[in-house]
Design a protein. Sequence first.
Length: 307
Amino acid sequence: MHRLDLSLRQLCAIPEEVFAQTALQELDLDNNLLAELPRAIAKLTDLRILRLYHNRLSSIPSALGELTSLEDLSLASNQIAAIPDCVWQLGKLRSLNLGQNQITEISGKIAALGELHTLDLGHNQLTAIPNALGDLTGLSRYLYLSHNRLSKVPETLGNLRHLAYLNLAYNQLTDLPESMGNLSSLRELRLYKNQLTTLPESVGELASLRELHVQDNGMSQVPESMGRLSNLRIFNLRNNALSDLPGSFAQLSNLQRLDLRANRFTHVPEPLSSLAKLEKLDLRWNKLRHIPSWVEQLGERGCAVLL
């Protein structure tokens, strides 16, 4: 037997016979009532995938470090407060999900997980991210850091040049490092529910970016460099403090959806008239004094305009 699915069984303990299945490569224990992992878990040395999502674990046993063949480990939605060094010994891990726990700190030893392509640290209690995160240059799919207590992220984040998705929403960020512009493979960036007042000029270097979500911040301006985001399709700026947009917005030739709700616009920014592929423009909950004729023309060609 190579795969065993014991999810959704209301298990309070792992059946002893499971540990006799030493050829197991995938063990799914999601959505149970497990409060601890026994030392016997170390017998399953061929495990490549171990899923323990949504249990009642409060700690991780050192025996887990003996599962050196693990490539996919999910410990999300438990009650774990600290990550022991044994996790950083799992050098073959490609996906690590530690989201929805009570983790307050991540060791710099995370740099040893050089094979990771996906890392989820979201929905925890982190106040800082180690510089060593920038050593995980193999991260190419997802990095979740949302719903923490981060007031800044390290400059080394810019080393993740292959990363496609970054979520930093629901933190306490007031600014971002200029190194963010080095994330040349980034396709989606989520920054909503922070305390940002602007974005770094280097954001204009994110040539692969398709979606940018910065709603619910305190942004009073966006940089002129934004006009270089020629692949941007979706831009959400809802609920900020914007009263105008830079002229470079006219260069966002592939922009399809623009949300400007609940800002401080008194006029419709002229650069928007040049956005030939715009499918939806939302300007509700602003105090617009005048609607130029070109806005009506946007609607006539099929763009949904909400005022």
